[in-house]
Design a protein around this ligand. Sequence first.
Ligand SMILES: Cc1cc2nc3c(=O)[nH]c(=O)nc-3n(C[C@H](O)[C@H](O)[C@H](O)COP(=O)(O)O)c2cc1C
Length: 176
Amino acid sequence: MRVLVAYASRHGATAGIAERIADNIRADGHAVDALKIPAPAADPNEYDAVVIGSSVYLGHWEKSAKAYVHEHRDVLAAKPVWLFSSGPLGDEDLDEQGRDKRVVAEPSDLPELVEAVGPHEHHVFFGGLDPKQLGVGPKLMRTLPAGRKLLPAGDFRDWAEIDEWSHGIARTLDAP
Ligand SMILES: Cc1cc2nc3c(=O)[nH]c(=O)nc-3n(C[C@H](O)[C@H](O)[C@H](O)COP(=O)(O)O)c2cc1C
């Protein structure tokens, strides 16, 4: 099958997840393109299945990724679609209030995205943050201890989890 992995990534962490998902589904025998949104070539009409991902900033998907879903909602709704978000940072699964970080990180746009395209699944992956790449605002925030706690530096992407999720997509596509 032809599979599109379309992603929005501000600083590269989500791009890395998307490329890994694409590599895995390709290794499982499908023809896969991984394209950054906005990409003129990323026309979902040309694919049998679509995976769409975005980093989460201040509780939201990147505007470009949301716009992509809405622009192509009719085509996407008729195909198998998977969504993922890259967000939580740090080595712990739970935040200071004992809440599951993956649940807290679910973007507030999720209900409208689910309504628009009816995905098989939405998965939250831990992300990554390189302080050198940050803009002035977030950099300033990280000068405070509370800011550094909220936005810890490091690569927290769980490659085994990403591999498992992507091979699961390939298995679903292979199912009769
Ligand atoms: C200013 C700022 C705000 C962020 N807000 C959130 C957030 O609301 N929820 C979350 O889970 N992650 C948040 N993150 C973490 C990013 O989503 C994470 O670093 C992500 O992997 C970045 O992906 P990218 O490099 O592809 O942009 C934030 C990071 C920064 C720098």
